[in-house]
Design a protein around this ligand. Structure first.
Ligand code: CTP
Ligand code: CA
Length: 230
């Protein structure tokens, strides 16, 4: 798959993507985040580039996060913007939205942020402490509100009732497509979701369509998603 395919069905499209995890600082040296590695987003970006698209890729940075590798001949069409918090991700994505024909929101955005991060390193003590969390910015919601005719593909990682929750999110968030997958078993114990090379799930469309995609590499799943929506 190193070579470009004949199909250039995304030629002329500029696609805005969010990918990877966001983080929220607890103090000067600690933060909270989630298990996202950005691999599904990277696979989506690489396949979009192969098909002729330009990609503005807003990536939540953390240890081990996977960046997309532009296939040969497509380097000039990939722009990566590194961010950490949900607020930074929203601000960067909103900046590039006007250039885009479509949005792929694969980021695992932290739903909560630390209310009052400490400027210095917190010191160890014997007593228990509590961490106050406040809702963080809804990146996709902000993009949806600012949209001027772009199409939207969202992702949803669910531990239960995957398709029902996915359908609900597709409608509530006003998306054109949503790819829902299961994440109940992490890492080596599971074959879908966070931090593994494979995935499976169901692509839901706002027209009521559903396409189940069987277990495959994240590159395979990305190719099938683009086959269905390109
Ligand atoms: N999303 C986002 N900003 C957030 C939360 C979610 O942009 N603060 C985007 C994700 O990138 C994804 C979609 O919204 O494309 C669905 O994310 P998900 O976490 O499944 O949705 P939530 O509404 O946060 O639902 P849940 O309570 O299940 O986490
Ligand atoms: Ca969420």
């Amino acid at each position: 798959r190193a070579l470009l395919p004949d199909r250039q069905d995304l030629a002329g499209q500029r696609i805005l993507m969010t990918a990877g995890p966001t983080t929220s600082a607890i103090d000067a040296v600690r933060y909270i985040t989630n298990h996202s590695t950005g691999r599904m987003g990277a696979a989506m970006a690489e396949e979009a580039l192969r098909r002729g698209a330009a990609v503005d890729y807003v990536l939540g940075m953390d240890k081990g996060v996977v960046r997309p590798v532009a296939p040969r001949g497509t380097q000039g069409r990939l722009r990566v913007i590194e961010v950490r918090t949900a607020e930074e991700m929203a601000a960067a994505a909103l900046q590039y939205l006007p250039l885009a024909q479509g949005v792929v929101a694969s980021a695992a955005v932290m739903d909560y942020a630390v209310a009052a991060p400490a400027a210095n390193k917190l010191k160890r003590a014997a007593a228990a402490i509590a961490l106050d969390l406040v809702p963080s910015q809804d990146v996709l919601g902000s993009l949806r509100q600012a949209a001027t005719g772009q199409w939207f593909l969202g992702f949803a990682a669910e531990t239960d009732d995957v398709e029902a929750h996915g359908r609900g999110k597709l409608e509530a968030k006003g998306l054109d497509y949503l790819f829902a997958n299961e994440v109940s078993r992490l890492g080596a114990a599971g074959q879908t979701g966070f931090a593994v090379g494979t995935n499976a799930g169901v692509l839901l469309g706002k027209d009521g369509s559903r396409h189940a995609l069987g277990l495959g590499s994240k590159a395979d799943i990305a190719r099938q998603i683009w086959d269905l929506i390109a």
